[in-house]
Design a protein around this ligand. Sequence first.
Ligand SMILES: Cc1cc2nc3c(=O)[nH]c(=O)nc-3n(C[C@H](O)[C@H](O)[C@H](O)COP(=O)(O)OP(=O)(O)OC[C@H]3O[C@@H](n4cnc5c(N)ncnc54)[C@H](O)[C@@H]3O)c2cc1C
Length: 262
Amino acid sequence: MSDVVREYLEGKGLRIRTGVKVEKLTGREGKVAGVKLSSGETVAADMVFMNVGVRPNTQLATDIGLEMGRFGIKVNAYQETSDPHILAGGDCVEKINFITGKPTPGQLRGPAVVQGRLAAKRLAGHEIAFPGVLDAGGCKMFDMTIAATGLTEENATREGFTPVSAVVDSRSKHGMIPGMKPWKLKLVFDKNTRKLIGGQIVSQDIAPAREIDAVTAFILGGKTISDLTTFTSACNPDISSEPSAEPITIAAEQALQKVKNG
Ligand SMILES: Cc1cc2nc3c(=O)[nH]c(=O)nc-3n(C[C@H](O)[C@H](O)[C@H](O)COP(=O)(O)OP(=O)(O)OC[C@H]3O[C@@H](n4cnc5c(N)ncnc54)[C@H](O)[C@@H]3O)c2cc1C
C-alpha cells in the first residue's frame, strides 16, 4: 500500500527518503539552510518541519497520586482512575488496544470524545465499557486519501499473530460511469482465529476511504473471513462499484483461499 502512496507523491514532485536518519540541521546567518542525512547527503531547506510526537500533560494527576501507566493515567473500562471518585478520558489516559489487549497511547479525537461521554454516563449510573482503541485514522495528500485501522501486517507479525492479507483494487463508481476513481483496500486477518484484525485504504476519492469505518466496525464485531464473504454492500452505479467489485468481500474470498491452501 505504501508503494502506491510513494509513487503518487513522487509523481507530484516530492522526494521521499526512507531508511536514513537526520544527523543535523545546517544553518547560515541564523537561519536553517539544510538537513544533513546519515547517507552523507545534505538536502537544501528554507524551512524544516519536525514530527516529534505528543506527550500528555499529566502533572495534575501525578501530583494527586493517581496510578500512572506507561502512556498516561491508568483507568478501567469505565474511565475510573485509581481513585474511583476521579474519572478521566482522552489524551491524558492510557488506552488499551482492542486487538492486542496491550497499553497504547491512542491519542486521537474519537477516543477523547467518546471517553468523555462515557465518563459522564458512568457518573449518571450507566455501565458501558470502553472497548479499547484501534487507532483508526486517515489523511489526505493532494487528491489521495489514505486511511487505516487496526494492525498492519507488519505490526500483526510483531504482536505474535500469523497474518493473512489480501489487497483488492476497486472503483468509486460502476465501471461504466464517467468520473470513476480507483481505490485499493487491504484487509489483514489472523490465521488462527480467522478474525479481521486490520485494514488499509488508498483512494483517489474521499468517499470510499470512509469504508475504513466499516472495517473498524467489523473488527469490533469480531467478524471472521467467512463472515465477510457474505457481506453485501449498499450499491448504486453512481456511488459505489458494482457488487462484484466490492473489495471487502473479494479480500475475504482471497483470504479464504489462502487459509484453505495452508
Ligand atoms: C496538530 C495536531 C493534529 C491532530 N489531528 C488529529 C486528527 O486529524 N484526527 C484525530 O483524531 N486526532 C488528531 N489530533 C489529536 C487530537 O487533537 C487529540 O487526541 C484530542 O484533542 C485530545 O482531546 P483531549 O480533550 O483529551 O485533550 P486536549 O484537546 O489536549 O485538551 C486538554 C485540555 O486540558 C487543558 N489542561 C491541561 N492541564 C490542565 C490543568 N491542570 N487544569 C486545567 N486545564 C488543563 C489543556 O490546556 C487543554 O485545553 C491532532 C493533534 C494535534 C496536536
